[in-house]
Design a protein around this ligand. Structure first.
Ligand code: SF4
Length: 388
């Protein structure tokens, strides 16, 4: 439902939309929530789908501001604002313009940023690692704050994989990508933690994901790349040259020279088989809400429950998640999935990941055996690197 006509008149603007009915409420640009008058609701066929009371936009903005900022936690506020933007974009910007000082720092970083910003992060990781059914923990970081807690503290915290996403090449190049002058610190951190990991017998699987411009070959020739490749193995390094469009927010002009935007697959094609993320894992947000796609659904549109009301197992086996899968094949994809470029059909994922699925299953069913296999692999890798 992309088509609309805007008629401007001295009495106000009139927006004619392509399709009335419940669909209208799913589009954040057109959804006015309780701002639809009763006459509009009758005309548009959405009577009974909204709370009975009509509120003008100022009343709506004040009420939503109080409800979001009642939460004292910035991450909770950030999630509340993101969910509002997904539901009702006009109201979101109204709120932003009326409370710019309070809202701006919440909407943008550092509220949502590198996990190492969280001073309690390692405490949380250690706690999770002490639980009987948690065998793997991934930490993704841009590397700037790796020295904040000390390399040993991070490597022995309980994480099993450390994914470093950054740029390696020149100081100027780093500044162009990130807008800060932290290149020397980042390189020292990458080398420091990779070296220490190797000295400790590689307890953590470290992977490096490099953003580059132009030909990646030139970056492979740098001393930093060579040193890192020797420490963690070149097979653990990849280059990011194609970027997600993030539902149209990123365009071709936004990506570095020589890189491209991935084109979304049409819905008709996607609806044949549900996305593998709906069968793979759950993620828990700071307010207890549980989502099914940790990959792209940062704001939790695909909500399948809340850990304050149900256990994760109940949520995993629950009707809400099943319903998302059922609706998918009817063509009713969540909004975040419609233009998503990370979609992978479940069938393709199973085909390509048979070994990994089996290993994960064994890992869950026989944790001690799996731990021994992992340690054995790490020892072998360290021995191979030593003899290199
Ligand atoms: S299509 Fe994209 S957003 Fe939807 S579940 Fe798959 S990866 Fe997540």
């Amino acid at each position: 439902m992309e088509n609309f006509d805007l008629e401007r008149s001295p009495d106000g603007d009139l927006l004619r939309v392509a399709k009335p009915g419940p669909d209208l409420l799913r589009y954040p640009l057109y959804n006015k929530g309780t701002g639809f008058t009763h006459a509009e609701r009758r005309k548009l066929g959405i009577e009974g789908l909204l709370p009975a009371e009509y509120n003008d936009i100022d009343t709506q903005a004040e009420r939503i501001f109080k409800s979001i900022f009642y939460n004292r936690d910035d991450v909770g506020r950030n999630i509340g604002l993101a969910m509002l933007q997904d539901r009702n974009e006009v109201l979101f910007y109204k709120l932003l313009s009326q409370h710019i000082e309070e809202v701006m720092p919440i909407v943008y970083t550092p509220t949502v940023g590198d996990p190492l910003v969280d001073k309690n992060l390692l405490r949380k990781i250690r706690f999770a690692a002490s639980l009987p059914n948690i065998h793997t923990q991934f930490l993704f970081t841009n590397g700037i704050l790796l020295d904040r807690f000390g390399y040993d503290e991070i490597l022995t915290s309980g994480i099993t994989r450390l994914a470093l996403s950054t740029y390696v090449g020149t100081r100027d190049g780093y500044k162009r990508f990130y807008g800060t002058d932290k290149y020397d610190k980042v390189v020292a951190n990458l080398l420091g933690i990779c070296r220490r990991n190797r000295e400790l017998g590689s307890p953590v699987n470290i992977t490096l994901h490099l953003r580059v411009s132009r030909d990646e070959g030139q970056w492979r020739e740098t001393d930093t790349f060579k040193a890192l490749a020797e420490l963690i193995g070149e097979e653990n390094i990849d280059f990011l040259t194609s970027y997600d469009a993030w539902s149209g927010m990123i365009g071709g002009d936004d990506v570095p020279e020589g890189c491209s935007i991935v084109e979304p697959i049409p819905i008709e094609e996607k609806q044949k088989v549900p996305c593998f993320e709906l069968y793979r894992r759950l993620h828990v947000l700071s307010d207890g809400n549980v989502g099914a796609c940790v990959c792209m659904d940062m704001e939790g549109e695909i909500n399948v429950g809340n850990v304050n009301e149900q256990s994760l197992l109940e949520i995993w086996r629950g009707e809400k998640l099943k319903n998302y899968r059922r609706e998918w094949v009817k063509g009713n994809l969540p909004q975040v999935c419609q233009k998503c470029t990370r979609y992978t059909p479940l069938t393709e994922f199973i085909e390509e990941s048979r070994t990994r699925i089996l290993t994960d299953y064994i890992g869950r069913s026989f944790p001690r055996l799996f731990k021994w296999v992992l340690e054995f692999q790490a020892r072998r890798r360290a021995e191979n690197l030593d003899s290199f």
